[in-house]
Design a protein around this ligand. Structure first.
Ligand SMILES: Nc1ncnc2c1ncn2[C@@H]1O[C@H](COP(=O)(O)OP(=O)(O)OP(=O)(O)O)[C@@H](O)[C@H]1O
Ligand SMILES: Cc1ncc(CO)c(N)n1
Ligand SMILES: [Mg+2]
Length: 531
């Protein structure tokens, strides 16, 4: 009876309150002032190929800045072709490992992967009752992507009846969700929401149904049901064969973010964006001969290496008043491109981008060469929109590309380490990728509706803030910005936001110098007020 009462009490308390609200890394008692690290314990199987399982978990947590201890439940022999063997460890060994870690090492979050038998599930649930943790993330591993079974049929009941009621979040893929629900077929996003709600009834506080294997979808769509709302989380689907271990990685990354103090939704979004970046970064990686390769969890270390070779000549403060030229507007007002550039420099623009969508290449290169000379005399960098060839030909200071232009990593290879690369981003995932690929800054927008760019999705001030908060690179806001609203943009006060980029507010006006001065004095006022 006592056990039952304890169990009931355990289930009804929000798990994130079980221990402390203070993120692990910040907690510190008077007696022990040693630095703490967010700590995830993974209870999972070993993957000899190291793309999934315990090995993936340790790397994913490491990449997120969390410590990861590991209780091994089984040793698998597997590679990029298939699973050749599964050797479950004795339940006593799993119990011993759990006790060793949980009794001593102040674990914040437990993440589970392969649990080979109902007995192991029982051992784990008992251990969690004895040593409560802040949160439990359950990845109900059942079948490998190669189709090999990683658990017995009888464990499905163990998941449903014992483990899921204790979980803060469970992360089935489509097949696992279907198995948990006795074979329900899942083909659409609407099916995924229905299934997530059904799985929620088993007792977990959140259900993340992963759509990595959703047929015919150009996006990677996951669905998060939190008991009230069904959030549809869309990411880019990266074209690669290197997706072995995405599920383990996602769950571990969620666990690490929870250990750092994030909410469930924040943790899931950060984890999804990390998986997307890692897949993108590793899409051409060649490890193994089978159909599904692993990816590089620690790509960020490499991104740092690549970027640390560079001596970036870029100063983020140059983004303060960013002028983007438009040939149509110049024509309308009867100005040459050099006249337009000189005028905005006189008004105090701090960086110039030539955006010439119609110009013939010969004329564009000539104009860019003249503009570069003018910019050099003002000590202001000149960037070229989209045309890497034109930037190279006139030796401009850099290039600005959009999401459908040449990928940043290729631009970097072509223009070399010393040049500036900017990239247009609408989402935190875009921003993450821009950084990993070696860009120098991000242009985020359209913040407001604009006529300069047709069919351009508006992200609003909230979208801008979200990108700035997640971005490791400096950001310039763009899209419908002018003297009337620049103040509201800069007053968002988000640290990475360095300035505004403008087109029509400068160039679709009678006097470019006057308009640039007007905007500059507004920006200076906000900067002075927020200092
Ligand atoms: N090609 C891809 N591009 C981007 N994201 C992907 C891709 N494939 C999977 N994902 C994402 O990776 C995460 C894991 O989902 P997935 O459905 O692949 O899990 P899984 O089948 O459990 O993985 P595994 O069993 O291989 O470890 C999800 O967030 C999913 O959207
Ligand atoms: C050990 C292990 N755990 C989980 C998975 C699922 O990807 C796998 N292939 N191997
Ligand atoms: Mg999986």
């Amino acid at each position: 009876m006592a056990a039952l009462v304890e169990l009931f009490h355990f289930h009804s308390s929000p798990i994130l309150q079980r221990r402390s609200h203070v993120p692990a890394a910040m907690a510190g008692s008077g007696e022990d002032r040693r630095r703490r690290m967010p700590h995830v314990l993974t209870v999972a199987g070993s993957d000899s190929g190291a793309g999934a399982g315990v090995q993936a978990d340790i790397k994913a947590c490491g990449a997120a800045g969390a410590y990861c201890s590991s209780v091994v439940t089984a040793v698998t022999a597997q590679n990029t072709v298939s699973v050749q063997g599964v050797h479950p460890l004795p339940e006593d060994s799993v119990r011993d490992q759990l006790r060793s870690v949980l009794s001593d090492m102040a674990v914040d979050v437990v993440k589970t992967g392969m649990l080979p038998s109902p007995g192991v599930i029982k051992v784990l649930c008992d251990s969690l009752r004895e040593f409560p943790v802040q949160a439990l993330v359950v990845d109900p591993v059942m079948v490998s992507t190669s189709g090999d079974r990683l658990t017995s049929h009888s464990t499905i009941a163990g998941y449903r009846n014992e483990l899921l009621p204790m979980a803060d979040i469970v992360t089935p893929n489509l097949k696992e969700a279907s198995a948990l629900l006795g074979g329900m077929s899942l083909v659409t996003v609407a099916d995924m929401c229905t299934a997530a709600k059904e799985i929620y009834k088993f007792g977990p506080r959140n259900v993340l149904l992963k759509g990595g294997d959703l047929p015919d979808s150009s996006d990677a769509i996951d669905v998060l049901f939190d008991g009230e709302n069904c959030h549809e989380l869309r990411g880019l689907r990266i074209k690669t064969r290197n997706t072995h271990g995405t599920g383990c990685t996602l769950a571990s990354s969620i666990a690490a973010e929870l250990a750092k103090g994030s909410s469930i939704l924040q943790a899931v979004q950060a984890a999804k964006s990390y998986v997307e970046s890692a897949l993108h970064y590793s899409k051409d990686l060649a490890i193994g001969h089978g159909p599904q390769g692993p990816f590089d969890h620690l790509f960020r270390l490499k991104a740092h290496d690549l970027n640390s070779d560079r001596k970036p000549s870029f100063n983020a403060n140059d983004l303060f008043l960013y002028a983007v030229t438009d040939s149509g507007m110049n024509k309308r007002w009867g100005r040459s491109i050099t006249e337009a550039v000189k005028a905005c420099l006189d008004g105090g623009a701090t960086i110039i981008q030539l955006r010439e969508k119609e110009a013939e290449t010969r004329n564009f290169v000539e104009a860019a060469t003249m503009c570069l000379e003018i910019c050099l005399s003002y000590g202001v960098p000149l960037l070229i929109n989209d045309r890497v060839d034109v930037a190279l030909a006139c030796n401009a200071d850099g290039v600005h590309v959009g999401q459908s232009d040449m990928p940043v990593s290729m631009v970097r290879k072509l223009i070399g380490p010393g040049k500036i690369i900017g990239v247009s981003c609408k989402t935190p995932a875009h921003a993450e990728k821009a950084w990993a690929d070696g860009a120098d800054y991000i242009g985020c927008g359209g913040v407001f509706p604009t006529n300069t760019k047709a069919n351009n999705l508006t992200v609003g001030l909230d979208g801008l803030k979200a990108v700035c908060l997640s971005s490791k690179l400096p950001v310039v806001a763009i899209g419908g910005i002018g003297a009337g609203n620049a103040r509201s943009v800069m007053e968002t006060g988000v640290p990475k936001l360095k300035g505004v980029a403008v087109v029509s507010a400068l160039f679709d006006r009678e006097c470019v110098v006057t308009e640039t001065r007007r905007l500059r004095s507004i920006l200076l006022e906000v900067a002075a007020a927020t200092k």
